[in-house]
Design a protein around this ligand. Structure first.
Ligand code: AMP
Length: 213
């Protein structure tokens, strides 16, 4: 099954994508993770996108579609879940065409809905373990008790100014993607509030409803 997880920053796409990947044997393709890895490794791509990510700006479409094309080529015929892509209407149009040419269209898009005020709270309390990639929320999904909190990363784009900007970018550039993809891909909207297990149960029910679980 080929899926796309859609929704604002902090909606839980990364966490739910990891769970879906684990439960259904999918490859997790996160453009944010790919860019952060490039930044850590200081590749030419990483150098080019460092400031964009820190400011919460989108990476240009040609660069983003290029890295997705390369990664999809590596994935081959394996099933996948997209997380954080597509984020603009041109990216959505590119993806539909690219997958149609490969005769491997998306089976479903899952749209996680979370109100803006909750997003701000979630992102400002989000921490990542750089060693495992695990994502935590200090209140609702805290790290194990023996974790040294100083080793966890508070992403630079999860600081208040960048969060506000990412939300603006989301409403202007990314929200219209849902309508653009809906014309081509079975789409389900999910309430993304509540616990991780509650959201996961809704995602599973939605996939069953579109015949994919
Ligand atoms: P994420 O981890 O999905 O929140 O992405 C972190 C950052 O990576 C975003 O704020 C953008 O700067 C960049 N990014 C991730 N995915 C995309 C995309 N599809 N298009 C453009 N920029 C992206």
């Amino acid at each position: 099954m080929r899926l796309a997880l859609f929704g604002p920053p902090g909606a839980g796409k990364g966490t739910q994508a990891k769970r879906l990947a684990h439960a259904h044997g999918l490859t997790h393709l996160s453009t944010g993770d790919l860019f952060r890895a490039a930044i850590r490794q200081k590749t030419p791509l990483g150098v080019r996108v460092t400031e964009l990510l820190a400011a919460g700006e989108l990476v240009p479409d040609d660069v983003t579609c290029g890295i997705v094309a390369d990664t999809l080529a590596e994935i081959g015929t394996r099933d996948f879940v997209l997380d954080g892509f597509p984020r603009t209407v041109p990216q959505a149009e590119w993806l539909v065409k690219h997958l149609a040419e490969a005769e491997a269209p998306l089976d479903a898009m899952i749209s996680l809905e979370v109100p803006d005020d909750q997003i701000v709270h979630r992102l400002s309390r989000r921490r990542t373990d750089p060693a495992t990639g695990e994502i935590y929320h200090l209140d609702f999904n805290p790290p194990p008790a023996d974790t040294d909190l100083a080793t966890l990363v508070h992403r630079s784009d999860d600081q208040p100014e960048a969060i506000q900007h990412r939300l603006e970018v989301y409403h202007e550039e990314t929200a219209p993607v849902e309508a653009a993809l809906r014309a081509h891909v079975p789409t389900v909207e999910i309430d993304g509030t509540g616990t991780l297990d509650e959201v996961q149960a809704r995602v599973d029910a939605a996939l069953a409803a579109v015949g994919e679980a």
